[in-house]
Ligand binder design. Structure first.
Ligand code: AGP
Length: 606
C-alpha cells in the first residue's frame, strides 16, 4: 500500500520525483523518501510524515541526480519513523518496496549471520542485503532474479545500484508496477496516475517480470533471465479531473460532482433513443446464469450489499455477497454456471485481486466493476464494466460508491430484461427513471450543502453514533457508519433497524446520535417504529426521509429530506446526506479529510 516512483533521465530528476510522490500519497502517507546517484554514490533522504516534509528537507539540503527512486509509505512492518521510511540502502543498492515479505524474519537471521547490520524494523531491508549479497557473485539480472526467488510474499520494487549507475530497475510480484516512456527519460511508477503528467505511454509489468530503465531505453526480462517484449499502451489524458479546483479538498469536490458521475455513467450505458441498455459480451449468457457472487472490500462491499437487493428484486438468480478477504480463504464451491462479479474503485485491492485470481484458477467466469480501467483487476477479468467516475483522490470513497451502485443497478436491469424477468414497459420505465437520476442527485447535493453543517455539531461530544435502515437503506446505513468512522474517528455502527432489539438497543443512551434512514418505502412504518424505540431510550434522532413526507414527532432532533423517487433509486440519494454529515463532523474535528489517519486509498497489501 505504498507508492513507488523511479526516473532515469539525462536531466535532474528530484523535482519530478517529488511531484509524482505527491500524486502517490493516496497510497500511503506516514513517511516519504528519495534516493539518487550523486558522483557515483547512493544519496538517500527520508523523513516521517508527508511529502511536504521531505520537500522542506530537500529545500534546506538539495539533492542532485539524473537517476532516482522515491517512496511514500503505509507502515506494515515497523512503526512510521525516519529509520523505517524507504529507500533502504546499503553501500551497493537502494530499494523502495510496496508489498509484504512474509519470510523476512528467517531471511534476516541468515543475513545477520553473514554480517549484515539491519537499521530498520522493516521487511524491506532484507531485499537490500540479499541484492547486495547476490551481486557479489552474479551479474545484474541473475542477481535480481535470485533475490526475487528467495522472497515469499508480494512486492513491487524500485532499485538503484552503485555499480550500474545509469539504470533504475523495477520488479513485481503481486503488487502493481507500471513503466512510462518520456522524451529522453523513462519512468517507473506504482500506477499510471503518478506518471500521467509526464507521459501517457505505459507498459504494465506482469508478475515475475523485471524492467531495466536507462534514459533512452527500457528492457524487460522474465524470471528465467530472458529478454522479453512488452506492449506499450497509450492512455487517455484526463489530468484536469484530478485537480481540486476551487474546492477545499478532494472529498468535497468528489461529493459534489456525483450528479456528473451519474450523468456520465448513464450516458455510457443507457441508449435513451432506443430505450435500451448497452451491455453485451457477457462471459455467460444471462439466461444460463445459475448464481451471481458479488465480491468487494469496504465501500465496494457495501455497493455489492445494495446490489443484492436489486438483483433479487429484478431477477430470479440467487445472489451471494462476500468480503474479498474472507472469500479468498473459504472452501468455495465454484461453478461454471455462476458469474463472479468483483467491485473495486482502484482495481488494485490485494484481497479483491486474490479472490479474482482464485476464480480464474478455478476456471469460472468473472466480471469487474472498476473505476481505473488500466488496473490489474480490470486486466484480469472476462468482462470489464467501468464506472466512468474519473479519478477519485480522497481516501474516503464517495463518487465511486455511487458509480459502483449505478453500474450494478444497470446490470441487474439488463440481466433481468435478457432473462425476460421484467416487462418491456417496466424496463423502459426504469430507463426513463435513470435519465432523471442526475437531476435528483443535484437537487439532493444542493439541499445537503445547506442543511447538514448544523447537524454535524451534535456529533462532537458524542461517544459514537448508530445508523439504522431496512431493505436497501441497510447497506447505505453501513456505508454511512463507515464514512463517519474513517473520516472523523468516531465509533459508528450500521444495523438493520429490525436488529436493534436483539442487542444493539443496549447502546442507546441519552444524547447518542442515531441516524434513521426511513424513505417512504415498504419498510417505512416499521422503521419509524424502530425510531420510536430509540427515542424512548434517549437517542438523539436524525431522521432522513423523503420530502413532503410529514412525520409528526416532537422528539426527532433533525429531519433531512431527500427527493421522492422510485424505491430502487432511493439509495443513490440517501447516501448523499451521510457523506456530507461525515465530512462536516470531520471538518469540525479538524481531521485530515482527504487523508484520514492510518488509511490509504489503494490497499495493495493483504
Ligand atoms: C472507502 O471509503 C474506503 N476507504 C475503503 O473501504 C475502500 O472502499 C476499500 O479499500 C476498497 O477499495 P477499492 O474499491 O479500491 O477496491
Amino acid at each position: 500500500m505504498c507508492g513507488i516512483i523511479g526516473i532515469a533521465s539525462n536531466k535532474q530528476v528530484v523535482q519530478n520525483i517529488i511531484s509524482s510522490l505527491k500524486k502517490l500519497e493516496y497510497r500511503g502517507y506516514d513517511s516519504a523518501g528519495i534516493a539518487t546517484i550523486v558522483n557515483g554514490e547512493i544519496n538517500e533522504k527520508k523523513c516521517m510524515g508527508r511529502v511536504d516534509n521531505l520537500e522542506r528537507i530537500l529545500f534546506k539540503n538539495p539533492a542532485a541526480g539524473s537517476l532516482g527512486i522515491g517512496h511514500v509509505r503505509w507502515a506494515t512492518h515497523g512503526s512510521p519513523s525516519q529509520v523505517n521510511a524507504h529507500p533502504h540502502s546499503s553501500e551497493e543498492v537502494s530499494v523502495v518496496h510496496n508489498g509484504i515479505i512474509e519470510n523476512s524474519n528467517e531471511l534476516k537471521i541468515n543475513l545477520e549471520q553473514k554480517g549484515y547490520k539491519f537499521k530498520s524494523q522493516t521487511d524491506t531491508e532484507v531485499i537490500t542485503f540479499l541484492l547486495t549479497d547476490f551481486l557479489k557473485d552474479f551479474d545484474l539480472v541473475d542477481a535480481i532474479n535470485k533475490t526475487l526467488k528467495t522472497l515469499n510474499g508480494s512486492f513491487a520494487l524500485g532499485i538503484l545500484f552503485k555499480k550500474y549507475n545509469n539504470i533504475v530497475v523495477g520488479a513485481r510480484r503481486g503488487s502493481p508496477l507500471a513503466v512510462g516512456y518520456g522524451p529522453e527519460e523513462n519512468y517507473l511508477g506504482s500506477d499510471s496516475y503518478a506518471l500521467k503528467s509526464m507521459t501517457n505511454k505505459i507498459t504494465y509489468l506482469d508478475d515475475g517480470e523485471i524492467c531495466v530503465l536507462t534514459n533512452n531505453n527500457v528492457d524487460f526480462y522474465n524470471s528465467k533471465n530472458k529478454k522479453i517484449n512488452k506492449k506499450v499502451l497509450t492512455l487517455s489524458i484526463d489530468e484536469q479531473t484530478s485537480k481540486k479546483g476551487d474546492y477545499k479538498d478532494f472529498m468535497s469536490k468528489e461529493i459534489n460532482e456525483q450528479d456528473i458521475t451519474a450523468k456520465t455513467c448513464v450516458k455510457e450505458y443507457v441508449d435513451q433513443l432506443r430505450k435500451d441498455i448497452n451491455l453485451y459480451n457477457f462471459p455467460i449468457a444471462p439466461k444460463d446464469i445459475e448464481k451471481i457472487v458479488l465480491i468487494g472490500c469496504g465501500t465496494a462491499y457495501h455497493s455489492c450489499a445494495a446490489a443484492k437487493y436489486w438483483f433479487e428484486e429484478l431477477t430470479n438468480i440467487p445472489i451471494e455477497i462476500d468480503v474479498a478477504s474472507e472469500f479468498r480463504y473459504r472452501k468455495i464451491k465454484f461453478s461454471k454456471k455462476n458469474l463472479y462479479i468483483f467491485v473495486s474503485q482502484s482495481g488494485e485491492t490485494a484481497d479483491t485481486f486474490a479472490a479474482l485470481d482464485l476464480c480464474k484458477k478455478n476456471n469460472v467466469k468473472t466480471c469487474s466493476i472498476i473505476n481505473v480501467v488500466e488496473s490489474s483487476i480490470a486486466r484480469s477479468s472476462d468482462l470489464v464494466l467501468p464506472i466512468h467516475a474519473g479519478p477519485e483522490i480522497g481516501v474516503a470513497s464517495t463518487k465511486a460508491f455511487l458509480g459502483q451502485m449505478l453500474v450494478l443497478y444497470i446490470l441487474a436491469i439488463k440481466i433481468s430484461e435478457i432473462r425476460k424477468e421484467i416487462s418491456k414497459l417496466d424496463y423502459e420505465k426504469k430507463i426513463n427513471d435513470l435519465k432523471k437520476l442526475p437531476d435528483l442527485i443535484k437537487k439532493t447535493l444542493d439541499y445537503c450543502q445547506n442543511n447538514t453543517p448544523v447537524i454535524a455539531k451534535d456529533f462532537l461530544k458524542a461517544k459514537g453514533a448508530i445508523f439504522l435502515g431496512r431493505g436497501l437503506s441497510f447497506p447505505i446505513a453501513l456505508e454511512g457508519a463507515l464514512k463517519l468512522k474513517e473520516l472523523s474517528y468516531l465509533h459508528a455502527e450500521g444495523y438493520p433497524a429490525g436488529e436493534m432489539k436483539h442487542g444493539p438497543l443496549a447502546l442507546i443512551e441519552e444524547g447518542l446520535p442515531v441516524v434513521i434512514l426511513a424513505p417512504k418505502d415498504r419498510y417505512f412504518e416499521k422503521t419509524i417504529s424502530n425510531m420510536q424505540e430509540v427515542i424512548a431510550r434517549g437517542g438523539k434522532v436524525i431522521l432522513i426521509t423523503n420530502e413532503n413526507n410529514k412525520i409528526i414527532s416532537e422528539n426527532v432532533r433533525f429531519t433531512l429530506e431527500i427527493p421522492m423517487t422510485n424505491e430502487q433509486l432511493t439509495p443513490f440519494l440517501m447516501t448523499i446526506p451521510l457523506q456530507f454529515l461525515a465530512y462536516h463532523v470531520a471538518s469540525l474535528k479538524n481531521c485530515d479529510i482527504d487523508k484520514p489517519r492510518n488509511l490509504a486509498k489503494s490497499v495493495t497489501v493483504e
